[in-house]
Design a protein around this ligand. Structure first.
Ligand code: TXE
Length: 479
């Protein structure tokens, strides 16, 4: 099936008729073609968005909400089809796409469709000056949303939903590695009656189609999730044009385990936070620090449970770990195993590519545990973004706090302890945008989502996202 661009409610081939291969990671085969769009396609998407804006920005909140809830319902009604498409495009187990990715895409539309009806702005009575200030929060106009391949529809809708809820029109580009569910979403948007031009989806490479979006002088805000290097590039391009930017970038998140934690709960959750979605989640706790009093026990138990995680075809219901997203990505992740060995790391489990019977050309890899001697080695500092974790013992709270913070990233952190005072001390001092205590990836869509340091700028989620996608205008009236 060929994927097409979605512009002004219609489906289009790329103007230059240039196409890219789309691979199925589970067997390494090309199974569809996607537009290799150029700046001309982006310009057409921009023109459609611009002409839809006056009407959409004046559409009542009730009506915007109604359409968004309809999109949400249709995503739910297409759960199986979307989950299968996501799995085929990305390599993740179908059950995971069915349990997490697609329901979450649906709830993104439901959440922001509802949230916009509750979004209010401030007013300030200037007491003693006979004046009142009120703040309007007006949509920006045409905004750009660029998303990655790890949670394709989930992260795509996480950006689009608040953008259109707030009254903007969107030029969006999903990752060229996983474009399929964004394409299927465009059909759903038409079915739900989303007016033409409110959402436009251009497919293609980051360096061409993506670049045309970030360079466009009249696309005034960019919401981006992806690699830190790309984020830095976008910031450089956008700065002279004073674009609003929300950048959700990489992470190298600590998972800190104290000996007073609920051990079983920690062990099971640590499997998920290490290898969930093949370790391709920016929130994965890829640096595991364990208190020395339980280190040997943990090592034994962790290796034991990890050895039982089945790597297999995404359609098999007992598959825990599917295929990595692409061949170059698999090669990158595997290269870190060699780097680890060269640095003196010890591979406690895994480390190798796997051939799954019948799917020998798929991009499978063993879940991998590397014991490191020092937190300063590359495998402990750089984002690997695959099923690879490092483990290392620590003795004191101060020591682990220091090493947890000694990376350039600051997205999330996980802490396992039942000591309340320690929890308070640690959560206050961990350099991260999000900290989970005795859990991982428990999400409430109202909460701020984002990172510090090289993990990004800005926050998404709840009203933070609606604030990002609006401009505040203060009006002062003297009476
Ligand atoms: O991401 P890119 P890549 C990390 C992870 C991974 C690394 C590289 O470590 O190994 O980044 O992954 C678009 N202008 N994360 O190369 O390139 C691109 O087309 C505009 C963490 O796949 O950042 C895609 O739509 N857009 C992460 C999106 O950016 C550009 C998730 C992300 O791709 C562009 C993914 C440009 N010049 C990777 N260049 C997370 N934080 O969850 C690329 N793009």
């Amino acid at each position: 099936m060929n994927i097409q661009n979605y512009i002004n409610g219609n489906f289009h081939n790329p103007i230059q008729d240039d196409w890219l291969d789309n691979y199925n990671p589970s067997n390494g085969e090309v199974y569809s073609q996607i537009p290799n769009s150029s700046s001309e396609d982006v310009e057409n998407a921009y023109i459609a968005a611009k002409s839809a804006f006056p009407s959409w920005s004046q559409t009542t909140l009730d009506e915007r909400s109604r359409i968004m809830l309809k999109i949400s319902e249709l995503i739910e009604a297409n759960l199986d089809r979307l989950a299968e498409a996501e799995s085929k495009d990305n390599g993740k187990p179908i059950w995971l796409a069915k349990a997490v990715d697609i329901p979450r895409a649906s709830s993104n539309f439901r959440f922001f469709g509802n949230a916009i009806t509750q979004f209010a702005s401030e007013s300030h009575e200037s007491v003693g000056q006979q004046a009142i200030n009120y703040t309007l929060r007006q949509p920006i106009g045409v905004v750009g949303c660029i998303s990655p391949w790890n949670l394709p529809l989930y992260l795509f809708t996480w950006k689009i939903a608040p953008a259109i809820a707030a009254g903007n029109c969107v030029v969006a580009k999903p990752s060229e590695v996983t474009p399929m569910t964004a394409f299927l979403l465009s059909e759903i948007c038409n079915e739900a009656g989303l007016p033409k031009g409110v959402l436009n989806i251009v497919h293609g490479l980051g360096t061409t189609a993506g670049q045309a979006i970030i360079e466009h002088p009249d696309i005034k805000a960019i919401s981006f999730t992806g690699g830190t290097a790309t984020g830095a590039h976008i910031a450089k391009v956008a700065a002279p044009m004073f674009k609003k930017l929300s950048l959700e970038l990489g992470g190298k998140n600590p998972n800190i385990i104290f000996d007073d934690c609920d051990y079983e709960d920690m062990l099971i959750t640590t499997i998920r936070s290490s290898f969930g979605n093949q370790g391709q989640i920016c929130l994965c706790g890829s640096r595991i620090f364990v208190q020395d009093t339980i280190y040997e026990q943990f090592k034994k138990d962790f290796v034991n449970v990890v050895s039982k995680q089945k790597v297999g075809h995404p359609s098999a219901p007992d598959t825990k770990i599917g295929a990595l997203v692409s061949k170059p990505h698999l090669e990158k992740v595997l290269s870190y195993v060699d780097i680890a060995k060269a640095e003196g790391g010890k591979v406690l489990y895994g480390g190798k590519q796997i051939k799954v019977e019948g799917y020998e050309n798929g991009y499978y890899m063993e879940p991998t545990i590397i014991e490191v001697q020092t937190d300063e080695c590359r495998v402990n500092q750089e984002e690997i973004f695959g099923p690879v974790v490092t483990i290392m013992p620590f003795t004191t709270e101060d020591e682990v706090l220091q090493i947890a913070n000694k990376v350039k990233y600051g997205l999330s952190a996980t802490l396992w302890t039942n000591d309340l005072k320690r929890t308070m001390r640690m959560t206050n001092q961990l350099q991260a945008g999000m900290v989970w205590v005795n859990t991982w990836l428990m999400r409430d869509l109202r909460t701020p989502f984002g990172g510090v340091k090289d993990s990004g700028v800005g926050r998404e989620g709840g009203f933070e996202a609606l604030r990002f996608f609006t401009e505040a205008k203060n009006v002062c009236i003297k009476y």
